[in-house]
Design a protein around this ligand. Structure first.
Ligand SMILES: [Zn+2]
Length: 383
C-alpha cells in the first residue's frame, strides 16, 4: 500500500480524542504483523484505549523514534463539503479528510516505508510510537514514553514527532496548562450588593488580575521571539455564573489556559494567583464568612519543547527533511513529553497546522510525498 492508500484507511477510523482508539491501533498492529514486526500495546487502565510501540532493526543504542497520535478532533458544527472520514481527492492536489493533516499523514508515511525499513540493513533501529488522547491534552504520551524506556534495553536517542510543520524541523513548542477557578459568594437581592458578595463581580477581578499578570510578564521583557506571540499567554475561555439580573450570583466559575514559552513555568502564574485569591478571601470573608475561591488543574501540564540548535537531532532532521530552516510553534504537542523522557526531540511532519482542526482539513500530495522521502532518507541515514 502506498501512503495515500494507507492514509485513506487511517482516516476511515473516526477516533476522536477521549474515545476508544482500539480499532485504528489494532489495524496498525495487524499491518505491522503482516510485515513481520511486533507491535507492543500500552493500554490504559480500563483497556479501552492503547498506544503502540515497535522496533525495526537491531537492539542497539542511538535509534530514532517516529511518533504520532491516532485521535482527531470532532467535526460537529463544521461545514464540510466532503465526507470528513473518507479521504477525498478533488483533483486539486489536496487530500481532504479529518486527520489527513493532523496527523495521520505522517503515520501513513511511516507505514508506507515500513517494508523498506524491514528489508534495509539498518545499523541503528527505527521505532514507531503511536498514542491516543493527544487532542484532549496530550494525555497518553507520558505513559508511552515510560513504556518505551522500560521495554527496550537499548536507549533510543531521538524522537521525531510528526505534527504538521510543512516538513520544517521545529525545535520549540510552548507548554500548556489548563485551570478551572470556582468562586462561591452569597446569594441575595441585587440591591444588597454592598451587603453580599457577588461571585461574578469577584470573578471579574480575578480575570483582570490574570490579564494584568500576562501584561506584566511582557512588560518585564520575558519574551522569546521564536514564538508568535512571543510571550506566555493567559486566556480565559469559558465563564459561567449567575441566574438573573436582579439576583446576586452565588456561584461563578471560569476556565483558563497558560501557554508558556520554554523559559517560563505555569507554576509561577498559578502560585501568585493563589496568593492573590487568599488575600481576596481574607478580605471578603469579613462580609460573608462562606466566601471561597478554589482553582484546580483540569489536566496535567504539557511541557514545552526547547531543543537547541547544536543538538544532533537538529542536523539529522534537517538532512532527512532536506530543509535548512528551523521553526517554533505555539501549539501544544507531545514533543516536550518525549524530551522529558530523555530523548532529543523535534517536530517535523507533512501538512500545515493552519489546515488542522477545521472544516475541509487537507494534506497536499506534495507534502505527503515529501514525508515519504523523509522516511527513505532516514533508512539511508541509518543503513
Ligand atoms: Zn496533532
Amino acid at each position: 500500500m502506498n501512503a495515500e492508500e494507507i492514509l485513506a484507511k487511517l482516516v476511515s477510523f473516526p477516533v476522536l480524542g477521549g474515545e476508544s482508539n482500539l480499532t485504528i491501533i489494532h489495524w496498525i498492529k495487524d499491518y505491522l504483523a503482516e510485515h513481520g514486526v511486533e507491535g507492543v500495546l500500552v493500554p490504559n487502565e480500563e483497556g479501552t484505549k492503547a498506544s503502540l510501540h515497535c522496533r525495526i532493526g537491531p537492539a542497539v543504542d542511538g535509534g530514532v523514534i517516529l511518533s504520532g497520535h491516532t485521535d482527531v478532533v470532532p467535526v460537529e458544527g463544521q461545514e464540510w463539503t466532503s465526507e470528513p472520514f473518507t479521504l477525498t481527492d478533488k483533483q486539486d492536489g489536496l487530500l481532504y479528510a479529518r486527520g489527513s493533516c493532523d496527523m495521520k499523514g505522517f503515520a501513513a508515511c511511516c507505514l508506507e516505508a515500513l517494508p523498506d525499513m524491514v528489508k534495509a540493513d539498518l545499523k541503528k533501529p527505527i521505532y514507531f510510537a503511536f498514542s491516543y488522547d493527544e487532542e484532549i491534552g496530550c494525555l497518553a504520551a507520558p505513559d508511552l514514553v515510560k513504556a518505551i524506556n522500560d521495554y527496550y534495553q537499548e536507549k533510543p536517542q531521538f524522537a521525531i514527532i510528526g505534527e504538521p510543520s510543512m516538513m520544517i524541523p521545529t525545535i520549540g513548542q510552548k507548554g500548556i496548562c489548563l485551570f478551572e477557578t470556582r468562586v462561591t459568594g452569597s446569594e441575595g437581592h441585587s440591591s444588597r450588593i454592598k451587603q453580599e458578595v457577588s461571585a461574578i463581580h469577584e470573578s471579574m477581578r480575578l480575570i483582570l488580575w490574570l490579564e494584568n499578570k500576562m501584561d506584566s510578564l511582557i512588560g518585564a521583557g520575558r519574551t522569546d521571539d521564536r514564538f508568535t506571540p512571543n510571550h506566555t499567554s493567559i486566556h480565559i475561555g469559558r465563564i459561567e455564573g449567575g441566574i438573573a439580573p436582579n439576583v446576586i450570583a452565588q456561584e461563578c466559575n471560569f476556565t483558563w489556559d497558560v501557554r508558556t514559552i520554554p523559559s517560563e513555568t505555569p507554576q509561577e502564574v498559578f502560585e501568585e494567583f493563589e496568593q492573590y485569591c487568599r488575600e481576596r478571601e481574607a478580605e471578603l470573608r469579613k462580609v460573608y464568612p462562606g466566601f471561597s475561591i478554589t482553582t484546580s488543574n483540569i489536566h496535567p501540564a504539557v511541557p514545552g519543547l526547547d531543543t537547541h540548535q547544536d543538538q544532533a537531532i537538529v542536523g539529522l532532521t534537517q538532512r532527512l527533511a532536506e530543509c535548512d530552516d528551523l521553526d517554533a510553534v505555539s501549539y501544544a504537542a507531545e514533543a516536550g513529553q518525549f524530551a522529558e523522557g530523555g530523548f532529543e526531540a523535534i517536530i517535523c511532519g507533512p501538512g500545515d497546522i493552519a489546515q488542522a482542526h477545521r472544516a475541509d482539513e487537507f494534506v497536499s500530495k506534495e507534502q505527503l510525498d515529501w514525508g515519504v522521502r523523509f522516511m527513505n532518507n532516514l533508512i539511508k541515514e541509518l543503513s
